[in-house]
Design a binder for this molecule. Structure first.
Ligand SMILES: Cc1ncc(COP(=O)(O)O)c(C=O)c1O
Length: 509
């Protein structure tokens, strides 16, 4: 890396003048150049080229000191897996300031589907930065905004979905969907499903039912939200081996009760559903239940909103998870984000002319909504998705992944730990048994002791081996969401670590 780029990184990590200490008028801290591809940058050495940097002395911070600084100044409300200071990402590799190389099986929670810093996407963003960075979307159209729509139109699950609005985050996009549904129907209530995650804002947070932590102590949230059971054995209080048909029958019954006992259908603006629940535990929704929702919505004039924020852009092996349901399943509104621009902040909703046409001009907007650089990144990401290589890789690598997970679930060494293996494409999870949860004991020989906190211990082992994996849901579940460009070698390396981790917990008890 040249000294010039070294200086650039340094200034990205510099401390604002407002935080200067009295003895040092301008405090600036530096990162040493990442000299090798390994990216093992050590923090905090003084630069050697005095002509290129500030004359003021710069204090030194080690990686550990930066982590201390983070613990001191980053909001207490933000949790972290580990206090690594990450300085570089490439494909599935993350490099820390201490020189560690981490294998990332989180993909920024399903965002960097094409891997960190995919060259096509990063180059497109870099080019856009020198052309037009920002044009507020209520001032005029900008070219990348329109071109991104042009790219997305042909991949929409249903031809009626041709009206777009871009925002920044998944939560915001869900807020937009609430607004469209309420305005178009003139109704207030919303039905969601137990285990749902739609965001953390006051509207999207009110629709989130995966864990109380996201909104606890911060109410009142948006009123008028009712939750029904998701077709998932936990949600319905039945065994994991319950047939899909039975799960659908029970979930339909629960929804029927909500509509008869809690809110009249004529008061319901929308039903929101994730086609594969994310924070709820990576639970795919059976197609028969999605078809049922379509029928219920058509019968009562309710807007069906499909939240594809985590499932979109080949995460499940197809462009969208609802593409698995039937060739042209029709949501009224589809919400997307994450993989659309591989890490650049952009989200959106797409709907039909009738619903979007109900909005008052000026009611939608946002300073950064549909930012030009994010749109340019999104266009480039669509080029990569369109090549077909991602789809092929998801198929091959997910097969490899499920072979390992299913082996763990059936092996005499580890099967007493595992309640369920599930997922679609590269959105996969293992749910562990829990002594406190009878539903997870199905098939367990009498008298078998279930180890405590299995998921957390498996995760800790993986993190110690520099494999980043996440847990999910309020149940003891580990999820696997690598970038969709994961190689055979990376998958087998990760699965070896996961196998060792589960076997170790089984051995220790
Ligand atoms: C299904 C789903 N909806 C909404 C969101 C919220 O998105 P954001 O974190 O960008 O607000 C998420 C985030 O994980 C999600 O998985």
């Amino acid at each position: 890396m040249s000294t010039r780029s070294f200086t650039r990184i340094a200034s990205r990590l510099s401390i604002p003048r407002s935080q200067s200490r009295t003895t040092i008028p301008f405090v600036r801290t530096y990162v040493t150049p990442t000299s090798t591809k390994s990216g093992a940058a050590a923090l905090a050495q003084q630069p050697q080229h005095h002509d290129e940097v500030d004359a003021m002395p710069a204090p030194v911070r080690t990686a550990a000191q930066w982590a201390d600084f983070g613990r001191d100044h980053v909001s207490h409300g933000l949790g972290r897996l580990r206090d690594h200071v990450v300085v570089k990402g490439e494909g599935l590799d993350l490099y820390t300031a201490e020189g560690k190389k981490l294998l990332d099986f989180t993909a920024g929670i399903g965002v960097t589907n094409l891997g960190h810093c995919h060259p096509t996407v990063s180059q497109a963003a870099a080019a856009q930065i020198n052309t037009l960075v920002h044009l507020q979307c209520s001032i005029a159209f900008h070219a990348p905004y329109l071109q991104l729509i042009e790219r997305l139109l042909p991949i929409m699950p249903h031809p009626s979905l041709d009206q777009f609005f871009f925002w920044n985050s998944g939560s915001e996009a869900n807020e937009a969907a609430i607004k469209v549904a309420r305005k178009a129907t003139g109704r207030q209530n919303i039905i969601v499903f137990q285990g749902a995650y739609h965001g953390r804002t006051m509207g999207s947070g009110a629709m989130t039912r995966s864990k109380p932590i996201y909104t606890q102590g911060s109410g009142p949230l948006m009123p008028g939200v009712f939750a029904s059971a998701y077709p998932y054995w936990h949600s319905l209080g039945v065994n994991p081996s319950t047939s899909e048909e039975e799960l659908v029958r029970l979930a339909k019954h629960q929804l029927d009760l909500v509509l008869r006992q809690q809110t009249n259908p004529s008061d319901v603006a929308a039903i929101f559903i994730e086609p594969v629940q994310g924070e709820g535990g990576y639970v795919p929704c059976p197609p028969a239940f999605m078809h049922h929702l379509r029928e219920v919505c058509d019968k009562h004039g309710i807007v069906l909103v499909v939240d594809e924020v985590q499932t979109g852009f080949f995460r499940t092996g197809k462009y969208f998870a609802i593409d698995h349901i039937s060739p042209s399943f029709r949501p009224d509104i589809m919400v997307f984000a994450k993989g659309v621009a591989n890490g650049f902040p952009i989200s959106g909703i797409v709907s039909n002319k009738e619903l979007m046409g109900a909005l008052d001009v000026g009611s939608m907007g946002g300073t950064y909504a549909g930012n030009a650089v994010a749109c340019a990144a999104g266009i480039a990401a669509q080029d990569v998705y369109a090549s077909g290589e991602i789809e092929t890789n998801v198929e091959a690598r997910s097969e490899q992944l499920y072979v390992t997970l299913n082996r763990l679930a059936t092996s005499p060494k580890t099967r007493h730990l595992i309640a369920d293996v599930r997922g679609v494409g590269l959105m996969a999870a293992v749910e562990f048994r829990s002594a406190a949860d009878d539903l997870t004991h199905e098939g367990l020989p009498e008298g078998t002791t279930i180890p405590k906190n299995i998921g957390k211990r498996v995760q800790d082992y993986c993190l110690d081996k520099d494999l980043l994996v996440l847990t999910t849901s309020c149940f003891d579940t580990i999820r696997f969401i690598p970038a969709l460009v994961v190689s055979e070698e990376q998958m087998s390396r990760a699965m070896k670590i996961v196998t060792e981790a589960v076997e170790k917990v089984a051995l220790e008890g």
